[in-house]
Design a protein around this ligand. Structure first.
Ligand code: FAD
Ligand code: SF4
Length: 316
């Protein structure tokens, strides 16, 4: 690990100002992703701004009947919250499908959103990787791609976003709240938060220099039955090959998002309208234009079968 300096932030505005314009500075929250990357020298911050003392660890009701989740609420606390379990159960289910109990105790809401890809070439400094080292190429393009993305890819990168929680936030139409180094605030729809790789695969999301996540808000509950089905190589402690987050109402209508298939949670609203027609119709529409590799084309079939399981459970 490379040497770095360290400070504990005293307010969200101060934290944002301490990172903004300071090349090499990064926020640290639970540290469960960043520290691993620092040990491998994939991330080499010169200065860490620790946000863990900030008062961003509460889950509060909002005036419009929704919920505001502080950026530092742990994954454990969020999954266990009685209102989340009752009104937003897809979120609880997605969180407990991820990582381990110990990791979820440390992992924060903001850190979880910002976890980096698990593409094996990203983790191997001896291999080319446009996300880790821009301009070096993509080792996965001609290499092992079984776990990687099938849609929304570019010639420069075919990595997936690996997290579970954000897939549920996508069906719940969450909003990410931030503060900028100049003290101004903005709200970003979760649909617009993570980026597809395009020409800049090193940019995972739309956050700007020094922009600190302060909260994630959920609109009023839409009711329905909530599902999160995750398919992985091991039954626990593994990232999704494919996951399906869904909220399904009485007539079989609802919302659905897929994880493990793209650089962002994948939701196509026009495809959702086909839910009453079954999984095949939804997946054909949601994955139109997919560019799978020979190694990962199975993911499209797996997405259909996983969604079929959700639909069957919703009917049962
Ligand atoms: C072995 C292992 C297995 C795992 N399995 C899963 C899994 O199955 N599913 C899953 O979803 N996740 C999984 N994870 C990932 C885990 O959920 C994340 O590591 C965790 O959520 C990151 O949260 P953190 O608070 O520790 O983030 P940190 O490591 O502290 O930070 C992550 C990134 O977010 C930035 N950051 C932190 N807070 C803020 C903020 N408020 N504003 C702006 N930037 C910020 C940091 O600068 C850093 O770049 C696994 C992790 C490990 C180590
Ligand atoms: S898929 Fe993306 S993260 Fe993986 S090697 Fe290629 S550029 Fe790097």
């Amino acid at each position: 690990m490379k040497a770095f300096t360290y400070e504990r932030a005293t307010s969200p505005e101060q934290a944002a100002a301490a990172v903004g314009g300071n090349e090499g500075a990064k926020f640290i929250a639970g540290g469960t992703n960043l520290l691993d990357l620092m040990k491998l020298q994939i991330e080499t911050p010169t200065h860490l701004v620790d946000v863990q003392d900030l008062a961003l660890d509460r889950i509060e009701d909002t005036d419009d009947g929704g919920v505001r989740i502080g950026a530092l609420v742990s994954n454990t606390a969020l999954a266990a919250d009685s209102r989340i379990r009752r009104d937003y159960a897809v979120l609880t289910r997605a969180i407990v499908a991820g990582a381990s109990g110990q990791l979820r105790n440390k992992a924060t809401t903001a850190g979880n959103l910002l976890q980096r890809t698990r593409c094996p070439y990203f983790y191997d400094p001896n291999m080319p990787c446009n996300k880790r080292a821009p301009g070096t190429g993509c080792g996965a393009a001609e290499g092992f791609s079984r776990q990687l993305a099938v849609i929304g890819t570019s010639d420069l990168c075919i990595a997936t976003y690996p997290g579970d929680m954000a897939v549920a936030l996508r069906v719940l139409d969450a909003t990410v709240e931030t503060v900028q180094p100049d003290g101004s605030r903005r709200s970003i729809a979760i649909a617009d938060f993570h980026r597809l790789p395009g020409d800049e695969p090193w940019r995972d999301n739309v956050l700007q220099d020094g922009e600190l996540i302060t909260a994630v808000t959920l609109p009023r509950s839409i009711g329905g039955r909530h599902f999160y089905h995750k398919v992985r190589d091991r039954s626990s402690y593994a990232f999704a090959l494919v996951s399906v987050a869904a909220v399904i109402g009485n007539e079989g209508k609802g919302r659905v998002a897929f994880g493990g298939v793209a650089a962002k949670p994948w939701r196509v609203e026009e495809a959702e309208a086909l839910l009453p027609e079954g999984a095949k119709a939804v997946v054909e529409r949601a994955f139109a234009g997919a560019k799978p590799t020979a190694e990962n084309q199975y993911k499209i079939t797996l997405a259909e079968r996983t969604l079929a399981g959700v639909i069957a459970e919703a009917k049962g």
